[in-house]
Design a binder for this molecule. Structure first.
Ligand SMILES: Nc1ncnc2c1ncn2[C@@H]1O[C@H](COP(=O)(O)OP(=O)(O)OP(=O)(O)O)[C@@H](O)[C@H]1O
Length: 713
């Protein structure tokens, strides 16, 4: 039989992970070793390893895992495990791999008790706070990876006391301070990229065979007196990842010291000459380029004017109805209150719009091949009419003007330099300014985190903001150009029930989205966590919230073109402003979602059944919307592990009750104390039933739901 301590530990782990389906595993099993539980390795009656990486595990880790008697390896990496790292860890463990999960909170200082530990991987989670000063006893630690989290503060002194440490990965955090503590370690691989470390870099570190350090605001003042040519000191002089550290103005410390002063000044004079000649040449080339492009531009404009005149002549000769040129605006401007789709025309419009955007895209492509950077700049800033094709032929005006919209596709952007600009209405923020507004992304300003990143409260001189710092694992999914394109699209979303994207930042490998701040947080918090706001949620307020959220989705699905599928609609993405009005968040972020995101949506009880087949459409958002309405009606969470088994998944529990008037009145949120009109309640329940049907094609479009809710109001 398995050692009882291991039996206890593994059962508590199984419970906290939410009883995942794993071959051989059973709740309260008494002999995991004898019964050969999948991923469990034993020696005699003791569990020595749990290897369940990439096993689609959710839930959390339990404190009980500290009870394993002689476990050596725990590998639970690349799952969806949330919660925090237990403070009670098994002291015998040598390999602890929890990377690629959703772990939050800080690294417990009890890791100090893991005297046998040789490999620690906590990378790519949502860990925050300072790294604890707990490495004093970890004499066996060889590899440590804490990268891709939101760790902040300075490196603790005991980190300098790791005699066996060879690999240290700390990249993509918000760590600050100097690196002195690392200088006496025997490292062969050190990565500290994209943090907030300041210099100077200890010269010993420069001899580490693999030392990656770009994206830190190192201080280069260690280089003594020589007239090194440097760019004018920015308030936040960060080494750009695109600038090779060996370039003259970024050479940190030691390297520059090896030359004599005389050599240096002659080198500098040479540099000045080379730079001056290069500058002159660049100016000449730019001048020629501008002339060439001006002539091309004027020619194009003449052609376009001819085209327009031709069209006007044609329209008036036909006596066609007034052609509303406003339909040529970027498509987001087409939002008008209560805009309804012309469903019958949907297909035809789709084709027409596609042709139009193809034309735009074509033009954009042309511009990359024949334009200089500066021309691209001016094109980005030029009026949309310059990007748009000539007015459509008259037969198009028979279609709904509201739907005749064009995606404001920007000309392709060829370099990161272009990203350093305002995009659409989104302001460009430097990382230094955001650092200032968030008090260096301090714990106090941390509001929350999700699968895409971490959100901080930011106090700008103008107003309060919410800054979403995207995880590196997430940003890796997009090029700079795609990111700016996404920002442009999000900033074009103009709807009173969609949270406004104020700006963005893309610097030094970090990408951040800056939104207006919503004081009342999310509907999830209001319904399930914050009693004070919960009390404010009367029945009429709930119906109004549902209506406003429905309008936001209607806008994405039926006003925007091509339709935008939210892909992550849930009460945690329904923000509430000062008036408890809805400001839906995470709109337009679907390009950042991975298949893990979909799995997570399912795990939380919002995912429609078709997600299993990898299909996600507007109708899947409708399903999720139905689940949020259920939360509003019942005050219950979409998935609640603390409830009895049959009640955990809200949809499953609610479906049979929605059509029975008695059952329905029993499932209403008790905090409403019966204060609701029963007719309104059954209408609300009817809408829910339509939304959560398992066949996506039977679910109503959002516009229909908006109308139904409007009638109730
Ligand atoms: N504009 C905002 N104003 C105020 N609080 C915000 C704002 N945006 C997000 N938050 C807070 O930050 C938390 C995290 O938001 P985020 O969108 O990153 O995660 P999520 O939507 O809860 O989860 P996921 O992204 O995994 O779906 C939210 O729960 C909310 O409390």
């Amino acid at each position: 039989f398995t050692d009882p301590r291991d039996v206890f530990a593994i059962n508590s782990l199984y419970t906290s992970l939410g009883y995942p389906l794993l071959p051989g595993w059973v709740p309260y099993g008494l002999d995991p070793c004898g019964d050969k539980w999948h991923g469990v390795l034993c020696v005699n009656s003791n569990v020595t390893a749990i290897v369940l990486n990439d096993s689609n595990l959710g839930g959390e880790l339990s404190e009980g895992i500290g009870s394993f008697a002689s476990i050596i390896q725990i590998n639970l990496s690349n799952n969806h495990i949330g919660g925090s790292i237990p403070s009670n860890l098994p002291v015998t463990v040598k390999t602890l791999s929890l990377s690629g999960n959703q772990l939050t909170g800080s690294i417990p200082d009890t890791i100090s008790s893991l005297g046998q530990l040789s490999d620690l991987s906590l990378n790519n989670n949502h860990l925050n706070g300072v790294i604890p000063d707990a490495f004093q006893q970890l004499k066996s630690l060889i590899n440590m990876d804490l990268s891709g989290n939101s760790l902040s503060g300075q490196l603790p002194p005991s980190m300098g006391n790791l005699p066996s440490l060879i690999t240290l990965h700390l990249q993509n955090n918000q760590l600050s301070g100097i690196l002195d503590v690392l200088q006496d370690l025997a490292l062969t691989d050190l990565n500290i990229e994209n943090n907030l470390f300041s210099g100077p870099i200890p010269s010993k570190l420069l001899s580490i065979p693999t030392f990656r350090r770009a994206g830190n605001p190192f201080n280069t003042t260690i280089i003594p007196s020589p007239p090194v040519i440097s760019p004018s000191p920015a308030p936040f002089a960060v080494l750009s990842p695109d600038v090779a550290p060996s370039q003259p103005f970024t050479v940190p410390s030691g390297q520059g010291l090896q030359h004599s002063g005389g050599q240096k000044s002659s080198n500098s004079t040479k540099h000045v000459k080379v730079i001056a000649i290069a500058g002159l040449l660049t100016l000449v080339i730019l001048g020629l380029g501008v002339c060439l492009l001006m002539s091309r531009f004027l020619k194009r404009r003449r052609e376009s004017q001819k085209e327009t005149k031709r069209h006007h002549a044609y329209s008036s000769s036909k006596g066609s109805p007034k052609h509303d040129h406003s339909v040529q605006k970027p498509y987001y401007d087409a939002e008008k209150a209560g805009l309804r789709p012309v469903t019958g025309n949907r297909k035809a419009q789709g084709n027409i719009s596609m042709n139009t955007s193809e034309a735009v895209q074509h033009k954009g492509m042309k511009s990359t091949t024949s334009y200089t950077d500066d021309d691209l700049d001016s094109e980005m800033e030029s009026t949309v009419s310059d990007i748009l094709p000539p007015p459509p032929p008259p037969f198009l005006s028979a279609l709904s003007a509201e739907r005749m919209v064009v995606n404001p596709i920007l000309p392709p952007i060829t370099s990161v330099r272009h990203a350093m600009k305002n995009v659409n209405s989104a302001e460009f923020f430097t990382i230094a300014s955001l650092q200032q507004y968030t008090n260096s992304f301090s714990q106090d300003n941390l509001i929350g985190g999700g699968m895409l990143g971490t959100v901080y409260r930011a106090e700008s001189p103008k107003k309060l903001l919410a800054v979403k710092k995207l995880d590196t694992a997430v940003t890796r999914r997009q090029s700079d150009q795609e990111f700016v394109g996404m920002v442009s699209n999000i900033s074009g979303l103009k709807h009173e029930n969609i949270v406004k994207l104020v700006g963005y930042c893309s610097e030094h490998g970090q990408r951040l989205l800056v939104y207006e701040y919503c004081r009342y947080g999310t509907l999830h918090e209001a319904l399930h966590l914050d009693d004070e706001i919960h009390r404010k949620l009367s029945w009429s307020t709930r119906v109004r919230i549902a209506h406003q959220a429905a309008r936001a989705l209607e806008y994405l699905h039926e006003v925007c073109h091509p339709p935008i599928v939210h892909q992550n609609f849930k009460s945690a993405n329904v923000l509430l402003d000062d008036e408890l009005a809805v400001r839906m968040s995470d709109c337009g972020l679907a390009p950042l979602m991975s298949s893990d995101s979909t799995t997570q949506l399912q795990g939380c009880g919002y995912g429609a059944p078709e997600l299993e087949l990898g299909s996600y459409s507007c109708q899947s958002d409708v399903y999720s919307f139905g689940v949020v309405m259920l939360e509003l009606l019942t005050g219950r969470k979409s998935y609640d592990r603390s409830r009895p088994r049959g009640e955990q998944l809200l949809v499953r529990w609610a479906i049979p009750r929605l059509h029975d008037i008695d059952a329905l009145s029993r499932m209403v949120d008790p905090s409403l104390n019966g204060s609701y009109p029963s007719k309104s309640l059954s209408r609300f329940a009817d809408i829910i039933s339509l939304c959560i049907q398992s066949e996506p094609e039977f679910r109503p479009p959002m516009s229909e739901i908006v109308q139904n809710l409007l009638h109730m109001i």
